[in-house]
Design a protein. Structure first.
Length: 418
């Protein structure tokens, strides 16, 4: 979520301050050049000497022209040829001090007397300083523009560079999930970088969560597919007995129905996982008698293993009125996986050992068998993963001991203390 940027950190406010500083600097630069520096140049002794020399040369040139052409006072006054050559000279019949209209003009230099053929005229070299000041004013304006853009343009380029740096970092972060965008400052560009970082992290988390959900769904399908085979295999076996064997059909029908319901429960879990939220369709926990539950499950499975030629060495189930809180369907799946693995991977030449321990807080069942190395090499460990996952969901835990010859698995349940 974007946070509110303070006024003094906003990019527009920074740009306003920089523009204001640029304008102030431009004005100061213009004033220094067109006023202070111009006055210093035009009022300097060197410039005055230059102007006096130019004035004397112009007066002397006019005197030479009049002498050469034998011009009278009237000719000089009305003749315009010389004025086209020397336009900066003004002529007066009377002295300048007697002319009240122009004697105060600061652009007029000291007067000189010009000898004509029939008399004299008073000549003054006119200094058009406004022309020079105009040029200096243009120079001041240009200098002011230089000062203005010398501050504003670097700031604009700096801002563009930050935007370009942000673009490059975004391009890098697209291909590198561990890369974090870093933009200095507290303005909108830095905030944009932070927002892109947050968005990128959200996308990464969403991708990770999606991959995790996909993995969980895959594991669920693999787990349930694995567990469905056990009751389905038994169901087929019972149906074959009913089909071909002449025996008590009621008992086998009961077992067939039990396995069919177990199979339905597994299929329902798979259906609920992909049709609705799995958390709303999990079977509730039930508090069951531990002695009755373990006695029933061990009896059924041990009879099944013995019927197939396995030798079972089993401890007696501890008798008593102790309870465990579990989901019954999960416990059926746990035992199905344990005994299914025994049937697949145990060596029939050695007995299957089942040990049961109980104290005031826990009851532990340990299953030990020797390995059938030919079959064990083809195991995908799905059954073991199912057992560990289901035990964890039922507030228990699993301990596995696997060596070169033997395999042992322990499942530990917490007892409900009244």
């Amino acid at each position: 979520m974007s946070k509110k940027i303070k006024l003094n950190n906003k990019l527009s406010f920074h740009f306003f301050l920089i523009s204001l500083l640029s304008l102030l600097t431009a004005f100061v630069g213009y004033y220094l050049v067109s006023d202070i520096l111009a006055n210093w140049v035009f009022e300097s002794d060197k410039f005055c000497s230059y102007w006096e020399s130019k004035s004397n040369d112009a007066i002397q040139h006019l005197q030479d022209y009049i002498t050469l052409n034998h011009l009278s006072v009237e000719d000089v006054i009305i003749n315009s040829e010389w004025h086209e050559q020397i336009s900066d000279i003004l002529l007066f019949i009377q002295p300048l001090q007697n002319n009240d209209l122009i004697k105060q003009d600061p652009d007029l230099c000291d007067e000189d007397i010009i000898q004509c053929a029939d008399g004299t005229v008073h000549a003054v070299f006119y200094s058009p300083g406004y022309v020079y000041y105009a040029w200096w004013n243009i120079v001041g304006i240009l200098f002011g523009f230089i000062c203005f853009f010398s501050i504003l343009i670097p700031y604009v380029f700096f801002t563009f560079r930050r935007i370009q740096d942000l673009y490059k970092q975004v391009a890098i972060s697209i291909s590198n999930d561990d890369y974090e965008i870093q933009i200095s400052g507290n303005d909108e560009i830095a905030e944009l970088g932070n927002e892109i970082n947050a968005l990128r992290q959200t996308l990464i988390n969403a991708t990770i969560q999606e991959a995790s959900i996909r993995k969980m769904n895959y594991q669920l399908v693999a787990s349930l597919s694995h567990d469905i085979r056990t009751p389905l295999t038994k169901l087929i076996g019972y149906l074959e007995v009913l089909r071909y064997a002449k025996t008590d059909s009621i008992a086998y029908l009961e077992k067939t129905y039990e396995k069919a319901m177990q199979l339905k429960s597994l299929i329902d879990q798979l259906f609920y996982q992909f049709s609705t939220s799995p958390l709303t369709n999990i079977d509730p926990f039930s508090q069951v008698n531990g002695y009755e539950l373990f006695s029933q499950l061990l009896y059924e499975w041990c009879c099944d293993l013995q019927a197939e030629g396995y030798h079972i060495v089993q401890d007696a189930v501890p008798y008593g009125d102790y309870s465990i809180q579990i989901r019954p369907d999960d416990i059926y799946r746990i035992f199905d996986n344990i005994f299914s693995n025994i049937k697949k991977y145990a060596d029939m030449k050695h007995p299957i050992k089942i040990q049961i321990y109980k104290n005031n807080h826990h009851v532990k069942l340990r299953f030990t068998n020797y390995k059938n190395f030919i079959c064990a090499e083809n195991s995908h460990k799905i059954g073991l993963m199912n057992i560990q996952s289901l035990m964890k969901e039922n507030h228990g835990y699993t301990v596995i001991n696997d060596d070169n010859e033997k395999f042992a698995i322990e499942i530990i349940f917490s007892l409900q203390i009244p």
